[in-house]
Design a protein around this ligand. Structure first.
Ligand SMILES: C[S@@+](CC[C@H](N)C(=O)[O-])C[C@H]1O[C@@H](n2cnc3c(N)ncnc32)[C@H](O)[C@@H]1O
Length: 306
């Protein structure tokens, strides 16, 4: 199950920080501390469930959700696990356009296919874009285009997605699918290093002109991408950053490899950064349907925050 930050850029008059919170979806299901690409989410989730602290062990079945934590501090919610069967159920309730299914299946034959976002995550990205009425978006890390195509499909005809990717071969696949989906005119493909591309957009006078950004590239660059995107995304816009729980490793003090430490540090920085309101969540489908849109941004003019 992929995990992400959703960051809402605050106006300077409204520096507020939403409480850092693990995701509570539909009032019951808590985000498993796992961040995995599509397809294998259930199994990775299961592995990380066993790492979760304070869980109530159920020896009976990997297919029955069980309580991983009794959340006494925060309203006595029972936090349940994600199991392979539950994840299958979630995926079976995703509305995945045919063209996305085809791209996902073709990509599954490629090396690195586990990198593409899962269908439920793509649906969430598209939903966020629709909710904020985004016209201008940026994606950092396109690969073969699954998440960018999901966004492009819901953008209005006049909308634009700047798609940054360093790997030309992957981009060829993405471009083929933008074409097939009839969204090429909405996607501005940028081949190169993402930080350079973002910097050039700023130099080009495009600061504060974007509504939405999705970051899914080199994890150790997240802080740099974030700072650049903070300049490019308007007040009230949304930045989503993928893989912030990094397969659950960020919560494990025994894991200290460079990538995990960098994501952990980034998360800490973001949590303390009052320029954005924040929300960490797993990419489950029911976020809005579950009533989790946080209504506390009363003095932010533009949108709800997360
Ligand atoms: C996790 S994949 C992106 C998956 C994509 N969002 C999807 O749903 O299919 C990460 C991609 O970021 C690209 N990437 C990594 N570092 C990059 C950089 N510095 N600049 C541009 N692209 C980069 C990689 O080539 C890779 O294709």
């Amino acid at each position: 199950m992929a995990t992400a930050w959703a960051l809402h850029r605050c106006s300077s008059l409204a520096y507020q920080r939403a409480a850092f919170a693990s995701t509570v979806i539909s009032g019951r299901t808590q985000g498993i501390t796992v961040s995995s690409p599509s397809g294998v989410g259930g199994f990775r989730a299961w592995k990380s469930i066993r790492l979760a602290r304070n869980y109530c062990y159920s020896p009976t079945s990997t297919d029955t959700a069980f309580v991983v934590a009794n959340d006494d501090k925060y309203g006595k919610k029972q936090i349940i696990s994600l199991t392979p069967r539950l994840y299958d159920y979630i995926l079976s309730n995703v509305r995945e356009p045919e063209i996305l299914r085809q791209l996902r299946e073709e990509t599954a034959t490629f090396r690195g296919s586990q990198m593409q976002v899962s269908p439920d995550q793509a649906q969430l990205l598209a939903l966020l874009v629709q909710i904020i009425g985004a016209q201008r978006c940026i994606e950092v890390g396109v690969y073969t285009g699954y998440s960018s195509l999901a966004v492009a499909l819901v953008l209005p005809e006049s909308g634009c997605l700047v798609a940054c990717e360093r790997d030309a071969n992957s981009l060829d696949v993405a471009k083929r699918y933008y074409e097939r989906a009839g969204v090429s005119h909405k996607v501005n493909v940028k081949h190169g290093m993402a930080a350079d591309i973002l910097s050039s957009l700023i130099m080009n006078g495009e600061a504060s002109s974007y509504d939405f950004a999705f970051v899914d590239a080199e994890k150790r660059m997240n802080q740099e991408y974030f700072e650049l995107l903070l300049q490019l995304v308007r007040v009230g816009g949304v930045i989503v950053i993928d893989n912030v729980l990094w397969h659950g490793k960020v919560a494990d003090p025994l894991v200290n490899d460079a990538k995990t430490v960098s994501i952990r540090n980034f998360n800490k920085t973001i949590t303390e950064d009052k320029r954005v309101s924040i929300r960490i969540f797993t990419a489950l489908f029911g976020m809005v349907g579950g009533g989790q849109v946080c209504p506390t941004a009363a003095n932010n003019a533009n949108i709800d925050w997360w």
